[in-house]
Design a protein around this ligand. Structure first.
Ligand code: NAP
Ligand code: GLV
Ligand code: GLV
Length: 327
């Protein structure tokens, strides 16, 4: 029986699969502290963690038996993968199963900011609606406009696919050209500057890396159309949040819709005062179906590693080679 530490209780479908093992589950609603994570990892064979848990060498030092760090997320910027690889610890994530769910949320945000849904709801609740009026809560059209996708991976592509139904022109920027996506969505590969200058909606779908940190800052926001919107469901740190506040206050762009924040769970306080921004608490993958699928995927990754097999979603296969050599 292997010992597993979970930094939070996952959905039952995942827990059920792990029941043959000894589970220690952190039961708080808020993320555990670093000390609590270290304490939990002591003597464990596997760690199941969330994107809110910073997993670094200190955490890895807590157990010499640790075989796998299984992240309950597709993004893994919270984990020092290089350090894990050096130690022969496998790192896994949850790709694919959340793609369509995050693309749906991206579209919900895009539509909501364009058509001022949140402002409209507040207006109704405050009893301000006096009747239909020609200039009441005017927004921006979506149909036929230009969508710019930054980071044309799984989610970026799923967002682009939905745009076909809105007859949108699709531009994308990524490291590599995607001919299949061009065929599927009639998307055009452009450089970042062209994308920012020509898009009516700019949507981020990149991982957070050294290269993508503050990819969108003052200079980039100033390149966007004053009528354009920024949608971020990737990672908060891909955008310079202070520059974004300035852009929204001074009208360099028309609005933004954000599911992720630079210093989550903290919010740059000025954002709360602005009407031209929609804020959601990092709920991109938060549907019953998807969070269940993610829980199963995490469990399957852990079970494989504990059985001495290559986990299906291993992001550092070099660690596998290393652990094989150590046998
Ligand atoms: P993915 O398939 O790996 O796609 C990411 C794409 O970003 C890759 O295709 C890559 O492009 C591109 N990219 C990476 N570095 C780049 C750079 N420096 N410049 C330009 N493009 C770059 O990942 P995914 O499954 O779509 O997920 C994307 C991200 O979404 C995750 O990493 C995570 O941070 C975020 N996410 C957020 C939520 C949420 O709840 N809001 C949920 C899930 C995921 P190439 O293929 O051209 O190399
Ligand atoms: C969520 O943000 C994820 O990376 O899965
Ligand atoms: C609006 O409700 C319309 O009928 O145009």
């Amino acid at each position: 029986m292997a010992k597993i530490f979970l930094t939070r209780r996952l959905l039952d479908e995942g827990i059920e699969l792990l029941k043959e093992h000894e589970l220690e589950i952190y039961e708080g609603d808020a993320p555990p502290s670093k000390e609590e994570i270290i304490e939990g990892v002591k003597g464990k064979d596997a760690l199941i963690c969330l994107l809110t848990d910073k997993i670094d060498r200190e955490v890895m030092d807590a157990s010499s038996r640790l075989k796998i760090i299984a992240n309950y997320a597709v993004g893994y910027d919270n984990i020092d993968v290089e350090e894990a690889t050096r130690r022969g610890i496998l790192v896994t994530n949850t790709p694919g199963v959340l793609t369509e769910t995050v693309a749906d949320l991206t579209w919900a945000l895009l539509m909501a900011i364009a058509r001022r849904i949140v402002e409209g709801d507040k207006f109704m609740r405050e009893g301000k609606f006096k009747g239909w009026a020609p200039k009441l809560l005017l927004g921006t059209d979506v149909y036929g406009k230009t969508l710019g996708i930054i980071g044309a991976g799984r989610i970026g592509r799923a967002v682009a696919r939905r745009a076909r139904g809105f007859n949108m022109k699709i531009l994308y920027y990524s490291r590599k050209r995607k001919e299949e996506m061009e065929k599927e969505c009639n998307a055009k590969f452009v450089d970042l500057h062209t994308l920012l200058k020509e898009s009516d909606y700019v949507s981020l779908h990149l991982p957070l890396t050294d290269e993508t940190y503050h990819l969108i800052g003052e200079k980039e926001l100033k390149m966007m159309k004053p009528t354009a919107y920024l949608i971020n469901t990737a990672r908060g740190k891909c955008v310079d949040e202070k520059a974004l506040v300035k852009a929204l206050e001074e009208g360099w762009i028309r609005g933004a819709a954000l599911d992720v924040f630079e210093n989550e769970p903290q919010l740059t306080p000025e954002l709360k005062k602005l009407d031209n921004v929609i804020l959601t608490p990092h709920i991109g993958s938060a549907s019953y179906e998807t969070r269940s699928r993610m829980a199963v995927m995490v469990a399957e990754n852990v079970i494989a590693a504990l059985d001495g097999k290559m986990p299906p979603n291993c992001i550092n296969p070099e660690a596998w080679k290393k652990s094989e050599r150590n046998k």
